[in-house]
Design a protein around this ligand. Structure first.
Ligand code: NOJ
Length: 546
């Protein structure tokens, strides 16, 4: 996208900000300590005021909750923990009424073992649904059929003594992998998508998008070179292999082409329903293959590069360059700054830099994913070992995802308004240094106020979402770039300078080179900025000619 003229017609999702809601932790209205769909509906006005374009909801489907909803027992039922279908329909109506799109999670790779499909499948080798999952005999010398491991670093095969074979599971043994090579599975899972599209959802975030296509011969994965990282953060035993055969087989592409055709059958204009793919791939050419050769697969393959890149000016600029270089013509990149699976951004980059991280996220070209609570600067919660709930954390405490999943702190009180004061929330509530949402609401120096201002600026300057980006020479530790509607459109362009250091840095030269002596208006991460051309420690500023 660097220097390339932007497309003339754009769809809403090509420069959107998508707010990721983790339903368990958003707002509890029925007093069980777990968030629910009604709670999300109550907060739609907050999200509309914030200025995001869409929300994506993590799973709220019927589930034993061993992986907190990613283990689905019934794809077309709302788990009673979160409410019922009427609550979902009301949420959808409320969001649409406020001009917000709604995306939901779609989990193709696995179901819960409690799903009726698996129950039938495991009833015996002759079961009509045996081939809906991946069953194999032991390896010739005994033991699991191959060396594949789960994300927890354990064998991905569990022996089922009742039916006398192993079944495959990329995650918990209670989350068996579906066999997408069986056309009946594909049809049944496409029907799941149709069910929600018929209800009116605007699209899906496709969980573990590369996983449904595995090597048909189930070959062993080769060992990884020492120090290699299969994910964006060290994953212990999982990093010991190159995950060559247990995911991402080339058959994934026809599958997502067909999925796109299904989506398009619901309309292909500006309101086309969309697919966001969860793709942990850091070879950017492989990542970009998920757009499809003719941009006919995923609308938006998610890009987790910012989570893997050191918080440094050079490294960040290099990442953006690499991603944009790998981007197919007319495709738009996505940027993820936080998620329910990763340490919180305010803890990763530090409290002082969190506003800069928000400024970066909302000024990069393409579509941004904002994880709930990051607009408040919520840090990782301190979770005592005996309070760990996450199955990853129960195996390897350092990998626990609980710290990023603590409830939203809405207001004063013992449970910060997340649930009734006398109720124990499912995870402890943490109050960010900037205060609860209510405290930040009218505080001109809060991260919430800044996020709102950035989103408003993004709306009034389309160049921020869809324009070109150019990195500029700047003093060490400062990330400086312009966003312009066209490569040469300097008068409408915005110049962003992020001081990633803890000392003041002059940027007068950068400004003079770009704007000469013109007077400039600013939006800054600090509420106290005057007209100085020196960045305060940790300060980020967006400059525009007046
Ligand atoms: C990715 C999800 O984001 C994560 O939370 C979940 O545990 C796995 N997929 C398994 O579905």
């Amino acid at each position: 996208m660097t220097g390339r003229a932007p497309r003339t017609t754009r769809s809403w999702w090509q420069d959107a900000v998508i707010y990721h809601v983790y339903p368990r932790s958003f707002l509890d209205t029925d007093g069980d300590g777990v968030g629910d769909l009604r709670g999300i509906s109550h907060r739609i006005p907050y999200l509309a005021r914030l200025g995001v374009d869409a929300l994506w909801l993590s799973p709220f489907f019927s589930s034993p909750m061993e992986d907190f909803g990613y283990d689905i027992r019934d794809h077309t039922a709302v788990d009673s923990l979160f409410g019922d279908m009427a609550n979902f329909d009301a949420l959808l109506d409320t969001a649409h009424g406020h001009g917000l799109r709604v995306l939901i999670d779609y989990v193709p790779n696995h179901t819960a073992a409690a799903h009726p499909w698996f129950q039938e499948s495991r009833s015996g080798p002759d079961s009509g649904r045996r081939d809906w999952y991946i069953w194999r005999d032991p390896a010739p010398g005994g033991g699991p059929p191959n060396n594949w491991i789960t994300l927890f670093g354990e064998s991905a095969w569990t022996w089922d003594s009742r039916s006398g074979q192993y079944y495959l599971h990329s995650f918990l043994s209670t989350m068996p992998d579906l066999n997408w090579r069986n056309p009946a599975v594909r049809e049944a899972m496409f029907d799941v998508a149709r069910f929600w599209l018929d209800r009116g959802v605007d699209g899906f975030r496709v969980d573990c998008a590369p996983l449904p296509a595995k090597d048909p011969a189930l070959r062993d994965n080769p060992p990884a070179s020492p120090g290699a990282m299969a994910h964006h953060r060290p994953m212990g035993g999982y990093d010991s292999q190159q995950h060559l055969y247990d995911q991402g087989h080339s058959d994934i592409h026809p599958l997502y082409r067909d999925f796109r055709i299904l989506l398009r059958s619901y309309g292909d204009g500006p309101d086309e329903r969309i697919a966001l793919g969860e793709i942990h791939e850091y070879d950017w050419r492989v990542w970009s293959s998920y757009f499809g050769r003719d941009l006919d697969e995923m609308h938006l393959p998610l890009n987790f590069g910012l989570l893997r890149t050191p918080w440094q000016a050079r490294a960040t600029a290099d990442l953006v360059h690499e991603v944009l270089r790998a981007l197919p013509d007319d495709a738009v990149p996505t940027w993820v700054m936080g998620s329910h699976d990763d340490p919180r951004v305010a803890s990763r980059v530090g409290r002082a830099q969190a506003p800069n991280a928000m400024m970066l996220l909302l000024t990069l070209p393409g579509t941004a994913i904002l994880y709930n609570g990051d607009e408040l600067g919520l840090p990782d919660a301190d979770i005592a070992p005996e309070d760990i709930r996450d199955p990853w954390g129960l195996r390897t405490p350092s990998l626990s995802r609980d710290p990023a999943r603590s409830p939203m702190p809405w207001s004063d009180g013992p449970t910060a308004g997340f649930t009734a004061p006398e109720v124990t929330p499912w995870l402890p509530v943490t109050i960010p240094p900037g205060g609860t949402a209510a405290a930040q609401e009218h505080d001109p120096s809060s991260l919430l106020t800044l996020t709102r201002a950035l989103l408003a600026l993004r709306r009034s300057h389309p160049a921020l979402g869809s324009g070109t980006i150019e990195f500029l020479d700047a003093p060490t530790g400062v990330l400086a770039y312009t966003r312009s509607a066209h490569p040469q459109a300097t008068d409408r362009s915005l110049l962003i300078t992020l001081n990633l250091t803890d000392h003041a840095v002059p940027v007068d030269q950068v400004l003079a080179d770009r704007f000469g002596g013109r007077s400039l208006s600013t939006l800054a991460t600090t509420a106290t900025r005057g007209d100085s051309r020196v960045l305060a420690p940790h300060e980020g500023v967006i400059w525009t000619p007046e």
